[in-house]
Design a protein around this ligand. Structure first.
Ligand code: T3D
Length: 259
């Protein structure tokens, strides 16, 4: 659909595939713009209830396309972050649908940041995360300095960001960077099964859960308790809550509509 991005919508699940395998799915301007637009379109599509982000070929994403960065007309780095990377990270966090990163291979630089910004990460045994920024004299960006300590704790985040050694799939599982590791063949079926299970949930409740989890990082317990009460008031007034109760009573699976 877009240069370097495939968007497949199959029932309630949208799969976004970064598709520049010859450059390990490195992020060009066209791909960044396409990815942001696709996320925004999907966010507004009520038929999509879960999203999978993955890469074509042997990589998830090698971060910024370094060949494009060296072009004389490349935007300054701060501008590139503000205009193109940060909106992608905001779109991932603000969309109501949960996003699963199916990390099929190397995730380097902003490619790792993209995976960190998803709600869930599952990895194939071939996956590795590389905080490649330092090797080219840059600072971790696209949310990496914010997500990483929250995902693995400050001590491990500092080691990953300052030393930059690659983290293989098994280590990523031990660190809590991913929640599951499967074989390369199993990765997409596993991601789809997970996405289908999420998609069977109540969309409004899922969106509010995502919001509450994100907000919990910046508020105290008292505020979180009040937040939960407000959000539960909204979820409790939904048709889906009534449907959930009826389904429980009638011993059948619920049919949620997002209302
Ligand atoms: O706008 C801004 O710059 C600000 C934003 C910055 C955010 C960032 O993401 S900064 C970090 C940028 N990314 C990197 O520094 C990673 C560079 N790549 C690597 O370190 C390694 O390629 C990997 C560790 C990812 C994988 O290594 P390996 O040995 O498995 O593969 P390879 O042989 O290095 O790469 C295979 C091909 O992909 C190769 O092309 P070729 O020689 O076969 O034609 C290589 O040049 C290409 N490739 C890999 N990464 C990139 C890339 N091409 C363009 N950009 C890349 N990032």
């Amino acid at each position: 659909m877009t240069d370097g991005l495939r968007v497949d919508i199959d029932g309630p699940v949208a799969t976004l595939t970064l598709d520049r395998p010859e450059a390990l799915n490195a992020l060009t301007v066209a791909l960044k713009v396409g990815l942001r637009e696709a996320l925004e379109r999907i966010a507004a599509d009520r038929t999509v209830r879960a999203v999978i982000l993955t890469g074509a070929g042997r990589a998830f994403c090698a971060g910024q396309d370094l060949a494009e960065r060296e072009q004389p007309d490349a935007a300054p780095l701060d501008e590139e972050l503000r205009e193109r990377y940060n909106p992608i990270i905001r779109a991932l966090r603000s969309m109501g649908q949960p996003v699963i990163a199916a990390v099929n291979g190397v995730a380097a630089g902003a490619g790792a940041s993209l995976a960190f910004a998803c709600d869930l990460r599952i990895a194939s045994a071939d996956a590795r995360f590389v905080l490649a920024f330092g090797k080219i004299g840059l600072v971790p960006d696209s949310g990496a300095t914010w997500f990483l300590p929250r995902l693995v704790g400050s001590t491990r985040a500092a080691e990953l960001a300052l030393v930059g050694d690659p983290v293989g799939a098994d280590q990523a599982l031990r660190l809590g960077l991913v929640s599951r590791v499967v074989t390369a063949e199993e990765l997409m079926p596993e991601a789809r099964t997970l996405a289908d299970r999420i998609a069977a949930g109540a969309p409004l409740a899922l969106a509010l859960t995502k919001l509450a989890l994100d907000r919990s990082w910046s508020i105290g317990l008292e505020e979180a308790l009040e937040d939960e009460a407000k959000l539960q008031g909204i979820a409790g007034a939904s048709t889906d809550h009534a449907e959930g109760l009826a389904a429980f009573r009638q011993k059948r699976p619920p049919q949620f509509t997002g209302e």
